[in-house]
Design a protein around this ligand. Structure first.
Ligand code: CIZ
Length: 301
């Protein structure tokens, strides 16, 4: 059954001139059919660079939006439109404008986990990999960092600027990567290194040997001499880490599972490629504003 679906997806891919982009947090069987696996920005840039007419984005809504922002001439499909992001949902354009009014002298830095409309209202976008460098490189001493409070607090601990935090978090990183889970795994595997995503709370990050986004984790797993690694982020990435590093052992945080990421299935991918729906589009005025924020990020790092 699964093989038939995979063959059908391959056939549709050729027929539709499609590229399948799969986020690091997706389930293993989805990663296995990918043209590319990566973080949201890597994937969006790859989408823009290919000559595919159709981009099938296996991830969550803001990621498909980012792909559309950079490739408006392509059809961008998200196989399940309900795949959202509770962190991105913590902020609206109206609330951000209000915050700007409170701090007219501050630049707004917006984490990529945000809607296109919020990106368009920001001065510059950032990823978990470049957030510190982006904030450091801005003129001015004051920054409003949205929407992730934990990433903002981590950035604030590393830069010499005033960082005003937004009270948003990713529930998976903020609650499910808990101190109890991490200390238990560290006790059970005393030789293991611990890598943690900066969306985790500072008390977790203080225990980490390395703090990095998912692309940094992929690199760390490849380059580190460590044979055992505890992975402090959404557990789906462990499939990729194991596949690329068969000689090493990875310990996921079992409770760190994003239900939105798991809404994408092989059946939904095949169906969406047949119908070319559901599509993700961004109104052109919003797209242009969001593209500016993404371009500024690329110029700064
Ligand atoms: O930007 C991404 O893909 C996310 C959500 C996290 C990361 O660290 O890659």
């Amino acid at each position: 059954m699964e093989m038939k679906l995979i063959d059908r997806i391959e056939e549709l891919k050729r027929g539709r001139n499609a590229v399948i982009l799969v986020h690091n947090y997706q389930p293993g069987e989805i990663q296995d059919i990918a043209d590319y696996v990566g973080d949201s920005l890597e994937l969006s840039r790859l989408a823009a660079a290919t000559d595919a007419a159709v981009v099938v984005f296996c991830g969550v809504h803001f990621m498909a939006e980012t792909a559309f922002i950079l490739s408006p001439e392509k059809i961008v499909i998200l196989p399940d439109l309900k795949a959202g992001c509770p962190l991105a949902d913590t902020i609206t354009v109206v609330a951000l404008k209000e915050k700007r009014r409170e701090h007219p002298d501050a630049k707004v830095v917006c984490y990529v986990n945000s809607s296109a409309a919020v990106k368009a209202e920001s001065d510059v976008c950032c990823t978990s990999a470049n957030a510190v460098r982006i904030v450091e490189s801005l003129d001015g001493e004051k920054v409003i960092f949205v929407p992730d409070r934990n990433l903002g607090a981590y950035v604030s601990s590393r830069v010499d600027k005033e960082v005003i935090l937004w009270d948003g978090t990713c529930p998976i990183h903020d609650e499910n990567v808990s101190l109890e889970q991490v200390t238990k795994l560290k006790r059970e595997h005393p030789e293991a290194r611990f890598i943690a995503h900066p969306e985790c709370r500072l008390e977790i990050l203080r225990l980490a040997d390395e703090v990095c986004g998912t692309s940094g984790m992929v690199r760390y797993a490849r380059e580190s001499v460590a044979g055992e690694i505890i992975v402090g982020t959404e557990a789906g990435i462990v499939y990729r880490l194991k596949k690329e590093n068969p000689g090493k052992t990875f310990y996921p945080i079992e409770t760190a599972v994003c239900p939105d990421m798991k809404l994408i299935t092989l059946e939904k991918i095949a169906r969406s490629m047949e119908t070319l729906e559901p599509r993700v589009v961004v109104p052109e005025d919003v797209r242009l504003g969001a593209e500016e924020a993404v371009k500024r990020m690329v110029e700064l790092v």
